[in-house]
Structures are given as C-alpha cells and as structure tokens.
Design a binder for this molecule. Structure first.
Ligand code: FBP
Length: 536
C-alpha cells in the first residue's frame, strides 16, 4: 500500500501519557457510587455491578511480571479519530505487563464477537496503524448486544480463544451494552471482564467523570478548518449565504465548538431551541432577521451553522418523532392515519422529502438517523419564503443566494490531532491496567485534559454510575445519560455573549486552518475550546 509522507513520518510519533502510566501502576479506590438518576431501577437491573467505587491509577512499586492475558477488542458505532491509538495503547499496555499476552480484534463491530469473526492483532499489524485515523484495523458496526443468546455465543468464542477480558470502544449506547454484558458475565461467573472506552465525535458522552469523548477534538478541528475556508470564500465573493449542517446527533456540542473556533454569523443550538420552546417558524424568523440586517449593510453573504439533531428539539417535532418511533417500533408498515391529530397535521405540513426522511429506519438502538435529515435545505427553503414576504413589505431589500453543506464523514476518520492521539493511547493503556486489576463494568478514564499530558490522571468509572432510564423502541431501558449542551456552561455562554457582534460583522470570522501535527505546542497540542472554557 502506498503511504503519504505524513503517514510515514507520523508512525514514529510517540503519544504523550499521564505520569501514572509510566512504569508500575497501583490502584486507589474511592467510595461507593450511585447512578445519576433512577437509582432503584438501575440497582435492580445491575445488582452485581451497581455501586462499585471510582478507581484512580497511581505510580506503584515494582512487583515483577504480571500474568499473561488474552484480551478481545471491539470498535463499535461511528468512526472517531484515535480508535487505532486506543488499540495500540491497549496492545502496548498488555505486552508491557507480560509479552505473552495476546490481543484479538473482533471484526466489524459487536457482531464480530457473536459471529466469532476475529484476527489476532500482532505487532506487525499494530505498527501499521499507530497514529492513523479510521477504524479499518478491524472495522466497526452498530449491532446491539442485548440478547442472552448473543452473550452466550460471546462466552463460547472467548473460551475458545482463552479470552478473559473484552474492551468495547464505543459511544453511550455501546458502553451501555458493555455494562449489560459485564453484569451478565459476572452473574454467570464465566471469568470474562468487560471494559468500555469513551468514543464519539458527537462529544455527548461526558459527565462529571468523563471530560470528553475521543474523536470530538479532531472532528471539530477538521470541520472548523472547512468552515473557516468557506468563510474566507464568502468574504471574498460576497454573494452566498452558506448553510452548514454539522453531525453530532441530538447534542449541539460539535456546532458549538465549531462556532467557538470560527465565529460564524449564526449558530443554532438545539438545546436553546428546546429551552425557549421555539417553533420552526421562530428559528426561520431569527435567521431571516439577521439576513435582512446584514443586507441593510450591503452584506448579502454569511454563514449559518445548524446542528444535525435540531429537528428533534423543536417541541412539536419531538412529539411527532416520538409517535413515529413508537409506530415504527411495532414493525408494521407506516400509516399516517395512526398518528394523533396534531402530529398528523404537522407531518403533512412538512416538505415531502423531510417527512419521508423522518420515517426512515431507526438505528439498532432506536434513534432517528438524524444524519439523513436535510435540515439545512429545509431552513434555506423556509428562510427564502420568509424573506420574500419581508421584501413585499419593504423590510428586506437584499439578495439571498445560498449554498448548503453537510459535514460529518469528512472528519470522522481524519488523522487524530495530537490531543486525540495522546488521549486515545492513554485510554488504551488505562484499559490494560483495569483488566490487570480484575475490574469489570468500568469505563477507562483520563482526566485533567487541559493540562500537559504528563499531568493527566487515569482511572476507571463504574458504567452504572452514568446510567438512567430512557424510553427506547417504545420501552423504558437503562442507558448512559447523554450530555447535551449545558445552557449555563461557559462554552454556550461565550457564544451568547458574542453572537450579536458575529451576526453583523465582516471582520470577526476566524480561519483556523488545518490541524498541525509538528511544531510549537500552542499550535499542535491545544485541546478543544469547549474543554478550555469548561476548565477555565
Ligand atoms: P456514534 O454515536 O456511534 O459515535 O456515531 C456518530 C455519528 O457520526 C453521528 O454524529 C451521526 O449522526 C451518525 O454517526 C451517522 O451514522 P452512520 O455512520 O451510520 O451514517
């Protein structure tokens, strides 16, 4: 395979790690923990993994070689930059403890475990993938592990390979699965531990113990580069309004982070839309007012960032989607007459393409596939109509030529930023330590991420601690609580404090340029603006 110059040079990049992970490690345990909500229900569903303590890794005394372990690793869900480094960190951690340890990669996501499809990850393979983007080392998938049959099949496969621990690298849903699996394997006393790692570009797997999910940093830097380039173009040609939808599922973390990095004219935050109970009409009105105000200054161009999950946060749309979810979950063919009167009315008022997109198949976890809903086009159409009305009353005199963009896949497999390369490698090493310590039902954590890497701390958090009960596929299920944008948090407050200025100005755009891997630390190692503001 022909490799790029960066790929060749970057293979030799040595990720930075917390001091605790250099040399021997010992574990310190905290007190008993509780789930974030619905404690009784979660305790009942996870009797053996509920309430375990948070653990921290510290430098320990040399106690000689540790027993060799066979471990399996799974990449689950959407790609996120840095996945290969979690695997290389895990590999190096296991080999450091005992060179006879073996790492198996289950192919194509969780189904690799249940179908018994795997490869042994040897040093030769690992070395080709160090510091690269993508999940192609073993592939990923979205199969949900939820049936006893699947769990038992997993035991069979692991027993065949002598595997006594599985690491699941995934988002909130995949780590929920990891916890269910850990609980089942503990109850069965089959001697297989399960450890999770926080992955997702969406940035919504975070809480008091997880500062950020890996991949968010790189993906946002890639999108911000592209948005910056578009803003330069808009500023040069002065003729287009660019509507840019950004991946991120429900949460608007990606849109917010990109806004902080690029300072666009408008950035919609879904969580604000919900808090203010805004209608689609209100959102359109807000955008049209900015377009008109800029036009009055002779500025018939600009940028609008739209989070991909927006539609789910408009209260009336959310109610419609909930009804659609329940209807689609029963497996029968979709019939608009089974919707309630108000939902049917709203459904029929939507442009046909959008209505159709809302009824497309849910993902295996019961989520609407918001990446397939073209909200940016819907907004362009509606804002165009509103501006035409405003023109007829003399409130608007400009030109509204538009371009639409959707950024998501462009960033999910980018070469990890130094931050993600270091963070992921450290997560992998931490997972190896948790396995050696006999832990199960834990997520690996690395914290204090705005400090230099050697000052980061590493440890494990019981997954049950992050759980609550939510309605999925028409039923209440235990799931890791998703982190939405905190409207009291500093990143959002920064946007609020500056957005009026950004709306009307021509010289507030920021052009971040491409991710830098070599050069001064202030150019190459900066964490996301979100993390920086949250830690200020
Ligand atoms: P995860 O939640 O699995 O990390 O996926 C992230 C994501 O990129 C979302 O932002 C997006 O909505 C979705 O995946 C797209 O899914 P697919 O890869 O199946 O098209």
């Amino acid at each position: 395979m022909k490799e790029s110059a960066l790929q060749i040079a970057h293979r030799g990049y040595q990720p930075k790690m917390p001091r605790a992970l250099h040399g021997e490690v010992c574990l310190k345990e905290g007190g008993k923990t509780e789930s974030v909500a619905d404690q009784d229900a979660i305790r009942e569903l996870f009797p053996d993994t509920y309430g375990m303590p948070v653990v921290e890794l510290h430098n320990g005394q040399h106690i000689g070689q540790k027993p060799a372990r066979n471990v399996g690793v799974i990449l689950s869900g959407g790609q996120a930059p840095g996945g290969h480094n979690v695997i290389s960190g895990l590999f190096d951690g296991l080999k450091r403890m005992n060179p006879d340890s073996r790492l198996y990669g289950f192919l194509g996501g969780p189904s690799g475990l249940t179908d018994g499809k795997y490869i042994e990850l040897t040093a030769d393979i690992i070395d080709q993938y160090r510091n690269t983007g993508g999940f192609d080392i073993i592939g990923s998938g979205r199969t949900k592990l939820e049936e006893k049959q699947q769990f038992d099949k997993g035991i069979e496969v692991c027993n065949r390979l002598g595997i006594t621990a599985i690491v699941i690298i995934g988002g909130d849903d995949s780590n929920t699965n990891a916890c269910v699996l850990a609980e089942y394997y503990l109850q069965k006393q089959c001697g297989i531990q399960v450890i999770g790692c926080p992955k997702t570009i969406d940035g919504d797997l975070k809480n008091t113990m997880i500062e950020t999910s890996f991949g968010f940093d790189t993906a946002c830097k890639v999108y911000s580069e592209l948005i910056g380039n578009i803003q330069r173009d808009a500023n040069s040609a002065k003729k287009y309004w660019h509507f840019i939808r950004l991946m991120g599922r429900s949460a608007s973390h990606i849109a917010l982070e990109c806004a902080l990095q690029t300072q666009p004219n408008i950035c919609i935050i879904s969580e604000e839309v919900e808090a203010k109970q805004m209608t689609l009409g209100d959102i359109v009105e807000d955008i049209a007012r900015v377009v008109a105000a800029r036009a009055a200054k002779g500025l018939n161009f600009g940028t609008v960032l739209v989070p991909e999950g927006l539609i789910e946060f408009i209260p009336a749309m959310r109610a419609l989607i909930q009804e659609l979810n329940d209807l689609l979950a029963d497996g029968k063919e979709f019939d608009v007459n089974r919707l309630s009167k108000s939902a049917k009315q709203l459904y029929e008022s939507l442009p046909q393409a959008i209505a159709k997109q809302l009824t497309m198949d849910r993902d295996p976890h019961g989520n609407v596939q918001v990446s397939l809903i073209e909200t940016e086009k819907l907004l362009i159409e509606m804002v165009g109509k509103r501006l035409a009305e405003m023109k007829s009353t003399g409130e608007y005199t400009g030109k509204f030529a538009t371009q639409h963009h959707f950024f998501g896949y462009e960033g999910r497999c980018a070469v990890p930023s130094n931050f993600d390369a270091d963070y992921c490698y450290s997560l992998g090493q931490t997972a190896a330590e948790l396995i050696q310590a006999g832990k199960t039902g834990y997520m690996a954590t690395v914290r204090n991420l705005t400090l230099p890497a050697e000052k980061w701390t590493a440890g494990g958090v019981p997954i049950t601690m992050m759980m609550n009960m939510e309605r999925r596929n028409g039923k209440m299920k235990p799931v890791i609580q998703k982190a939405l944008v905190d409207l009291k948090g500093k990143p959002y407050q920064y946007l609020v404090a500056h957005r009026e200025e950004w709306a009307l100005s021509t010289d507030t755009y920021i052009f971040p340029g491409p991710i830098q891997y070599y050069g001064p630390s202030e150019v190459c190692d900066q964490p996301s603006r979100t993390l920086q503001l949250e830690h200020e």
